[in-house]
Design a protein around this ligand. Structure first.
Ligand SMILES: Cc1cc2nc3c(=O)[nH]c(=O)nc-3n(C[C@H](O)[C@H](O)[C@H](O)COP(=O)(O)OP(=O)(O)OC[C@H]3O[C@@H](n4cnc5c(N)ncnc54)[C@H](O)[C@@H]3O)c2cc1C
Length: 635
């Protein structure tokens, strides 16, 4: 009397093949028979269907690299190689299997095909910049638990540039009893006799696949039932929104509103933090979309003095700083509203470059690397569900596994997320305005001035092309008291500092009107909000008089990149990525921010600033130490 088994749930009974001590002669017999089953019951043609589907979605003339995980003796790769040869498709192959004997056997059998055979647990394989185009597994997943398959899918997704697919068994009574009978009659291998029906019992239903893919946060996949009792699941990345060859205005043409493009990482805001992060992640081979509401190139309120701690990092992103003939700034001069004056060498120093130029150069690098960069695209809503983000923007919807907020000091997204600093009442740290001009003036190229006035301060330093940046920060009350008129406020308040008056009266203003911003806040922020990793000013803003905000923005992108990479490589959980990033951010920047807030309190009130400058003049070492406290080391 045959024993009836329940196929309602997946069986987790171990197959004989999963034991460590099976003699290789038996494994070889098993692989030979599996190849016969695959050839005659359509297994290979399903695998080739998977290849065809991905190539159809992502056509091209370049040679392709196809990687199989759990490749056994290499028969599947051989079948694909044959199909590629017939169809004149140039292809390279990678076969990965944990069993040395299988890899040795594959090498012996298929010495002639252009394949790299790797003995390894697939999870430990790092492709670096040479990721395969297509990754697949055939009759491999059913050896694993659902949880392990979720990780496997995320690994496949992170490592395949065109797409990945799975060919595995449908758990069905008809399949189970048929294969049991066939193998009992025809098979000469005890492994096949035991494992073939058991592998069906370990197989999947269509709904189980849907749940597993949901848990993996992968939505762009297609599940097909195939004869005989198999599923073919193909997942293709949508084509990049923008490549270097396509004109920038054409972004929308690559989009399909009903099928949002899915990326490894989405970045909201294309200032320094967002652009730098996009380049680093692209260098690691991830698919990245960056959304910026303005159109490049554009001006931004910023003092445009950047600490030298960022020099090497910017060069590593591809910016040819040494060839750009930029002013190197080594000296600081500070004046109080009453005319008190302090000069000091800057311990590390900085250089001058306009944000118009700096952000534009980074933008061009990001585009050339293949970042899908949408400018004039405002982020409206971001939702985290089933391990993935959905982003609603003025250019349509996007999806991603990781999302980073680099939307600067204050954005509509902060309001949507109800972030703490937005709901705070106005106080000493949260209600500032910023004003910036580019000017032609007479001032030493190697110095930066910080001139104080009632309730504010103004920085002046050289940037490119014999231009200077003049940028000041003041509280909103100052403007209100002067009829909300910038020229009136400048005449009534800024001109009271004789040095500033001289600069305004003896310089040529290069724009008709200044660039301005309002509602600047230096209040504390959180570094992770609703699973979004915040970088740059969105994570926390240092007071501008420290001249360190840009370096902090760049440095935070480097920290974030390390954690995102580890998460996408499945070396850490999402939770660990989030807590690890926030902790590292705090360790790196919190001292600078606290010192910046403290110094900010010393500037603004005339008498306090005067006394502060007189005091610091007596103690140059203290001045040096204070400047150092607000800066970091090269990173
Ligand atoms: C008055 C002033 C002077 C300063 N001077 C200096 C200085 O001399 N040196 C220095 O190192 N730092 C200075 N800073 C600080 C420095 O400007 C910032 O720290 C730095 O710009 C932060 O970069 P970021 O990438 O985080 O943000 P940003 O450069 O502000 O970029 C954020 C981007 O996000 C975009 N964005 C916002 N919302 C959305 C949305 N919903 N959808 C799409 N895109 C969006 C914005 O358009 C913007 O381009 C100064 C700041 C101020 C206010």
């Amino acid at each position: 009397m045959p024993v009836m088994i329940s196929l309602k749930l997946r069986s987790y009974r171990k197959e004989l093949l999963d034991n460590e001590d099976i003699p290789f002669a038996d494994i070889r017999q098993n692989m030979k028979e599996l190849n016969i089953i695959n050839t005659h019951l359509g297994g290979h043609s399903i695998t080739i269907d998977g290849i065809k589907k991905i190539l159809k979605n992502s056509p091209g003339n370049k040679p392709i690299t196809v990687c199989e995980i759990g490749c056994g003796g290499g028969d599947n790769l051989k079948a694909i190689e044959k199909w590629c040869r017939i169809n004149s498709i140039k292809a390279n192959f990678i076969g990965i299997d944990i069993k040395t004997e299988c890899i040795e056997f594959a090498k012996q059998q298929f010495d002639s095909i252009n394949a790299k055979w790797v003995t390894a647990d697939y999870k430990d394989v790092r492709f670096g910049n040479n990721k395969p185009d297509i990754i697949f597994s055939s009759l491999f997943c059913h050896h694993f638990t659902n949880e392990a398959i979720v990780m496997m899918l995320q690994w496949m997704k992170a490592n395949a540039t065109k797409g990945f697919f799975i060919n595995d068994l449908h758990r069905h009574p008809l399949a189970y009893y048929s294969i049991k009978t066939i193998t009992r009659i025809f098979s000469g291998s005890y492994l096949v006799k035991n494992d073939a029906p058991l592998s069906v019992a370990r197989g999947f239903t269509m709904n189980e696949w849907k749940t597993i893919f949901d848990e993996a946060g992968i939505s762009n996949c297609n599940i097909q039932w195939k004869w005989a009792f198999r599923h073919l699941i193909t997942c293709c990345d949508p084509p990049s929104a923008l490549t270097i060859d396509s004109p920038i205005g054409d972004n929308e043409t690559a989009r399909d509103a009903n099928n949002p493009a899915k990326y490894d990482v989405s970045i909201i805001g294309g200032g320094l933090a967002g652009l730098a992060l996009s380049i680093q992640l692209k260098n690691k081979g991830y698919s990245v979309v960056l959304l910026e509401k303005e159109q490049y190139p554009f001006h931004k309120v910023c003092g445009e003095y950047i600490s030298l701690e960022s020099w090497n990092f910017l060069i590593s992103l591809g910016l040819p700083l040494t060839e750009m003939d930029l002013p190197i700034i080594k000296k600081l001069v500070v004046s109080s509203p009453g005319g008190n004056y302090l000069e000091h060498d800057l311990p590390l120093g900085g250089f001058g470059i306009s944000r118009y130029r700096l952000d534009h150069e980074l933008y061009k690098i990001a585009v050339s690397k293949g970042v899908a960069l949408y400018d004039q695209c405002k982020m409206e809503e971001v939702l985290f569900q089933n391990e993935q983000f959905t982003l609603e923007t003025t250019a349509g919807a996007f999806k991603s596994t990781v999302c980073c907020g680099s939307f600067g000091k204050r954005s509509n997204i902060d309001i949507k997320l109800g972030r703490g600093f937005i709901t705070q009442k106005n106080n000493k740290l949260n209600n500032y305005i910023g004003v910036k001009y580019h000017i032609k003036t007479n001032f030493p190229a190697d110095s930066i001035a910080l001139h104080n006035f009632k309730n504010g301060y103004c920085g002046i330093s050289k940037i490119e092309d014999d231009k200077y940046c003049l940028c000041y920060l003041t509280n909103a009350a100052n403007l209100k008291e002067n009829n909300n008129s910038i020229p009136t406020m400048e005449k009534n308040v800024l001109y009271k500092n004789k040095y500033l008056k001289e600069v305004f009266e003896n310089s040529e203003l290069l724009y008709k009107s200044p660039v301005t911003i309002s509602q600047v806040s230096f209040s504390k922020k959180t570094q992770v909000e609703n699973h979004i990793l915040m970088i740059g000013d969105a994570a926390g803003m240092i007071t501008p008089l420290c001249g360190n905000g840009m370096s902090m923005a760049l440095h935070s992108s480097k920290i974030a990149e390390t954690f995102i990479d580890a998460f996408l490589q499945l070396k850490m959980s999402r939770d660990d990525m989030e807590t690890g990033y926030a902790k590292k951010w705090q360790q790196t920047f919190s001292r600078r921010l606290a010192t910046g807030r403290l110094i900010q309190q010393m500037f603004g009130k005339e008498s306090v600033t005067n006394r502060f400058i007189s005091f610091m003049k007596q103690f140059p070492m203290l001045t040096k130490a204070l400047i150092k406290q607000t800066h970091g080391k090269p990173f």
